[in-house]
Design a protein around this ligand. Structure first.
Ligand code: FAQ
Length: 311
């Protein structure tokens, strides 16, 4: 790679300019973005499955309509993100193939099962909460199409977070059994939510370079700390207990101390050994195969329309 081009690129990034699809960029920058954006897209799409599981069982028509809209939003996020990745020269087919073959990752969080209705509350509150914490800084990521996709995604995610928290409020103020259900969901989703931010900084191979290229604007540990600090008072308001005996306010650092994430569990889930990992990928493969006819019909229609317009 031409050192002069690289230097000019680094200077643009350091000056907070956006890099656009036709601009020169180092191959490693392109690769990192394709990896991160496509994995982000896969997470949105696989992320529809745990909540989709509850659409037919939502406790009221109102809850059902809200959940349906939320899950559809996730599909939209996946599509914007696939489009953003396509501007870097990868194709939708390549990305989907990488997901289905297990080559591309998606967030560990979506490999856990949704056992009760309270899990839908906990996902909105904690999982969308963690997603926003990570995505708000990405609105200023250095690659233009990714940054712009994040603006709308963040607006929708904040609605998702509120709808989840509102479910938790209803359960926490409901019957004793409902409150127990809410506590149980918090117990099961708390630690996996902290894992969403990725490995600790000193064990994160991509962070240093991604920070320098302003792909990432905050490190994994910085975002995890912010998430804990914001979420603990929300748990207090619900009258629920965060399942971490080491969690306590530290006046000196102006933040909470908290216990160690089980990193062995994290890496096992990253390797594809999550509790429902097989079910998730099977569901995606089946959806892709069963809907082949839709893609073929759409392509045939587009070809006909093009031929008619050309005539
Ligand atoms: N799960 O060096 P780092 C949502 C991998 S939100 C699986 O720190 P990096 C919304 C990582 O890929 C969830 N793998 O990597 C929603 C890398 O492996 P690789 C999606 C993980 O990229 C809510 C290796 O470990 N959000 O979907 C995880 O600098 C509710 C080393 O890690 C995003 O994707 C993990 N948790 O930092 C939808 C946000 N953590 O690829 C439905 C954008 C790490 O080299 C319902 N992504 N790995 O083979 C990011 O900000 C970053 O990619 C990080 C990881 C922070 C996730």
């Amino acid at each position: 790679e031409d050192p002069a081009l690289l230097e000019a690129f680094e200077a643009r990034v350091a000056a907070d300019e956006f890099i656009e699809p036709k601009d020169w960029m180092p191959e490693a920058y392109r690769k990192t973005l394709v990896r991160q954006i496509s994995q982000h897209a896969h997470s949105e799409i696989v992320g529809m499955l745990p909540e989709g599981n509850w659409i037919t069982r939502a406790p009221s028509l109102r809850r059902k309509a809200i959940l349906l809209a939320k899950v559809q939003d996730e599909a939209g996020h996946g599509l914007y993100l696939y489009c953003a990745a396509e501007t870097l020269g990868t194709s939708r087919e390549e990305m989907i193939e990488a997901l289905h073959s297990g080559k591309a990752k998606y967030s560990t969080i979506f490999n856990y099962p949704t056992l009760t209705w309270a899990d839908i509350g906990a996902i909105g509150w904690l999982v969308d909460g963690a997603a926003i914490m990570n995505q708000v800084p990405l609105q200023r990521t250095s690659y233009g199409p990714y940054a712009r996709a994040m603006v709308r995604v963040c607006k929708e995610e904040s609605f998702h977070q509120r709808q989840g928290y509102e479910i938790m409020i209803a359960l926490a103020n409901g019957t004793a059994a409902q409150k127990r259900m809410a506590q149980d969901a918090l117990n099961r989703w708390w630690w996996p939510s902290l894992m969403m931010f990725g490995p600790p900084d000193d064990n994160s191979p991509n962070t240093e370079r991604s920070m320098r290229w302003r792909i990432k604007r905050e490190t994994n540990d910085e975002l995890r700390q912010k998430f804990v600090d914001i979420t603990k008072p929300q748990a207090d308001f619900l009258g629920l207990t965060v399942p971490d005996p080491e969690l306590k306010w530290n006046d000196e650092k102006g933040g909470h101390d908290f216990g160690e994430v089980d990193w062995d569990e994290f890496y096992a889930v990253v390797r594809g050994e999550g509790p429902v990992a097989k079910e998730r990928i099977t569901a995606r493969r089946e959806a892709w195969e069963n809907n082949t006819w839709v893609r073929e019909a759409a392509a045939a229609h587009a070809a006909k329309k093009q031929a008619r317009e050309a005539a």
